[in-house]
Ligand binder design. Structure first.
Ligand SMILES: Nc1ncnc2c1ncn2[C@@H]1O[C@H](COP(=O)(O)OP(=O)(O)OP(=O)(O)O)[C@@H](O)[C@H]1O
Ligand SMILES: [Zn+2]
Length: 726
């Protein structure tokens, strides 16, 4: 007999098809089953969704009128119920259609395959990896409770003997004892591991993962950036020979990503390391979630469903009743506040491994430095900093110079008429890249050759203004010319940023050169300040951190503090050299309290003062924000839409019983107002309670598509719940 099935399919946000669609099927299919269903002229992938049939839809579309499911993807076991719950929650919380979220977090390759194609892939993978094919009915391998069963399974490679384990530091041992308890609890708490840089957090993750594996479970480890996965992968692979380890991030080929996802979903992977998208990886034996550098903004997805993988990891751990560890030297103020109120369990590691000291912070007051002669570019490094770098080179130690701006110069300017290299499509400058002599817009990618003469007045003298990493590299190499390394040979300056690492394998190669000591001075963007365990770096310098001090975003200080602490943490990681390690800051605001706190390595004090300010201003975590963004060719259209949307919301609020206060701010342009020819505007909504905000959004968002017709030229809009930058 035909049955009614709800199927989640990917529909555009504005189609208004927020719910799953109904189809007919001759037999019952469990929720989570992958299917292909007809929609319009095509067959598209979908997922059977649980829940009571929609009364209204059932009346409007009787069973007999429903289209049948086109194909059941029997080759794959259904996605587990907790996975569906996580997707449901994500869709509800971040105000997106369930089908959109569900399908967008599957490997893209999976969505393309039919059952035969998938079956073929699975067989190939099973053969290559040496495991038995799943039963066609899709039964999962049973949850293994004992380690004995586990180890009898063939691993991917000939297991090498595991390396000897380091003796735990007392703080590490204490943290691990607490975590061991958590594994025993029916509903383990969320842990915030606040460990200073170099305190051995990774060792804690490794041991906790070991614990999960010993229980026959899988561990999921999230890192903020792709470029941190290879080194973490190497550390885990070395620690767990014979265990199956897969990574999940957007840098994999589609085929690799599918294979790794399948390995995890079928329960064959013991460890999954990945970036934010991995939080959705189905894991039938999940036993532990780790979120490394939990404060990192990369955990927030910036388009589609703008989810926070960190927050979802906490929710998922709660759903699956497994321990979760959020680790950071500079926790987000949201997590820190939860730890203060006892909602999260705070674990602290205040000591560096081997009693190593944290680097001494030196502030260079740029107001006191000699100014360049008129017409001359300013020197990138102040005299005292340059002297310190030279001394390191002569001692055979490494220095890391951090500048968060790539390219040669952020803008080119005509010395005669003042023309500047603006982007014709954006309200931004185009950056001068010297290597290929281009002007590139970092917002819309519009690229042109550098003009030979000023396009406005024909003057031949066009000069770079300001400095990016490419220029810093050139200038520093010049400043250090003639210097010799201890063993002989000229000083070597290298640069690592998004431009030098475009080619596959380039980053690994460049990092290897730093690790093996063939680089003396490393110049880089934020990319090099995170996570790396550089053993020979004894000096880190923030060349120009000031711009971040004075932006309008209320999170700017929190973010700058985290970045600088993390950068400082790259210095003196070898306990033997720790005492002479230094973090240098060149600034025009040397008395800024942020730098004072940094000097004392006092995160707690900094956090307390920030939280106090946030509380007074009713900002997160003391309020809850959503940001309605929209884009149109004409700014007035964008603003008109936002204003009408606001009126609608205010009308809804008077209908709803009050659940705290909700405040609407006026529509404003974001930091970069125009991108690729579209004007952007945004409206901030601030609510005193989370349920109050959620209730408003749930009633309001479905009404927005109806406004579209009244605002001709509106390109798109999106709601950003818990926005990270405003
Ligand atoms: N118990 C230990 N005994 C000896 N060495 C250890 C121990 N724990 C960690 N280490 C070593 O100390 C160094 C720093 O540890 P790790 O990279 O885990 O620090 P971290 O807290 O993750 O730092 P960051 O936050 O800066 O990334 C590593 O080289 C690691 O191998
Ligand atoms: Zn542009």
């Amino acid at each position: 007999m035909m049955q009614r099935l709800r199927v989640a399919v990917e529909t555009p946000q504005y189609a208004g098809l927020a719910r799953a669609l109904d189809y007919a099927c001759p037999h019952h299919l469990p929720a989570g089953t992958l299917v292909r269903v007809p929609l319009g002229q095509r067959n598209i992938p979908g997922i059977v969704w649980a829940g009571a049939p929609d009364q209204e839809a059932a009346e409007a579309r009787p069973l007999a009128s429903l289209k049948p499911v086109a194909e059941v993807m029997q080759a794959l076991p259904p996605l587990p119920p907790v996975w569906c719950d996580l997707v449901d929650f994500t869709a509800r919380y971040y105000q997106r259609a369930v089908g959109e979220v569900a399908l967008s977090v599957l490997p893209p390759e999976l969505r393309k395959l039919d059952n035969a194609g998938l079956d073929k892939r699975l067989r190939l993978l099973a053969k290559r990896s040496g495991w038995a094919m799943p039963e066609p009915e899709g039964s999962l391998p049973p949850r293994r409770k004992s380690a004995k069963v586990q180890s009898s399974r063939p691993g991917p490679a000939e297991p090498a003997p595991p390396p000897p384990l380091p003796t735990l530091q007392p703080e590490q041992a204490q943290v691990l004892a607490t975590l061991a308890d958590a594994f025993e609890q029916a509903q383990p708490p969320c842990h915030l591991l606040h460990g200073v840089t170099g305190s051995g957090k990774t060792e804690v993750y490794l041991r906790a993962a070991q614990h999960a594996l010993d229980l026959g479970r899988q561990a999921l480890v999230l890192v903020p950036e792709i470029n941190l996965t290879p080194q973490l992968e190497a550390r885990f692979a070395e620690r767990f020979p014979g265990r199956r380890l897969v990574s999940l991030h957007s840098g994999l080929t589609p085929a690799q990503r599918l294979a790794n996802w399948l390995t995890a979903h079928l329960g064959h992977a013991d460890l999954v390391l990945g970036t934010r998208l991995a939080v959705f990886c189905p894991l039938p034996r999940l036993g532990l979630i780790v979120v490394d550098e939990e404060h990192d903004p990369s955990y927030k997805q910036q388009d589609g469903a703008r989810y926070s993988a960190r927050d979802l990891a906490v929710y998922r751990a709660w759903l699956e009743k497994v321990p979760v560890v959020l680790g950071s030297a500079t926790p987000s103020l949201e997590s820190w506040q939860h730890a203060q109120t006892g909602r999260y369990k705070l674990l602290t590691m205040a000591q560096r491994v081997g009693q190593g000291e944290l680097p001494k912070v030196r502030i260079v007051d740029m107001n006191l430095q000699p100014q360049p002669a008129p017409g001359q570019p300013a020197a990138p490094l102040s005299e005292p900093l340059l002297t310190a770098v030279r001394a390191r080179v002569e001692r055979g130690e490494q220095s890391l110079l951090f500048l968060n701006r790539r390219g040669f110069a952020p803008v080119l300017s005509c010395t005669a008429c003042g023309w500047k290299s603006g982007c014709p499509h954006c309200s931004a400058w185009r950056v001068f890249h010297k290597l290929d002599r281009t002007l590139r817009c970092h917002h819309c990618s519009f690229t042109e050759r550098v003009p030979k003469a000023c396009p406005d007045c024909g003057n031949l003298d066009i000069q770079p203004v300001g400095r990016g990493t490419e220029r810093l590299e050139e200038q520093v190499a010049e400043l250090l010319q003639g210097l010799e390394r201890p063993g002989g040979g000229a000083v070597r300056v290298a640069r690592i940023d998004a431009d030098t690492t475009r080619l596959k394998g380039a980053l690994e190669q460049q990092l290897a050169a730093v690790h093996d000591g063939s680089v003396d001075v490393l110049i880089g963007t934020q990319m090099v300040t995170k996570g790396h365990d550089f053993r020979r770096v004894t000096l880190v310098a923030a060349v120009n951190p000031d711009s971040a001090l004075f932006t309008a975003d209320f999170r700017a200080p929190e973010r700058l503090f985290a970045t600088l602490m993390q950068a400082a943490g790259r210095a003196g990681r070898d306990a033997a050299a720790a005492a002479s390690s230094e973090m240098w800051i060149q600034t025009w605001s040397p008395t800024h309290p942020l730098f004072t706190a940094l000097r004392q390595h006092d995160f707690a004090r900094f956090a307390a003062s920030q939280l106090q300010e946030r509380e007074m201003a009713a900002l997160p975590p003391f309020s809850h924000l959503a940001l309605l963004r929209c884009e149109a060719r004409d700014a007035a259209v964008a603003e008109g839409f936002l204003r009408q949307a606001r009126d609608m919301a205010q009308a809804l609020l008077t209908e709803q019983a009050a659940d705290g206060q909700v405040t609407f701010y006026a529509p404003v342009p974001p930091h970069v107002a125009k991108v690729a020819g579209l004007e952007r505007r945004q409206m901030l909504i601030e609510a005193s309670t989370r349920p109050g905000l959620q209730r408003l959004l749930a009633a309001w968002m479905p009404q927005l598509p109806a406004l579209r017709g009244q605002h001709k030229g509106l390109a798109r809009w999106a709601m950003d719940v818990d926005p990270l930058s405003i």
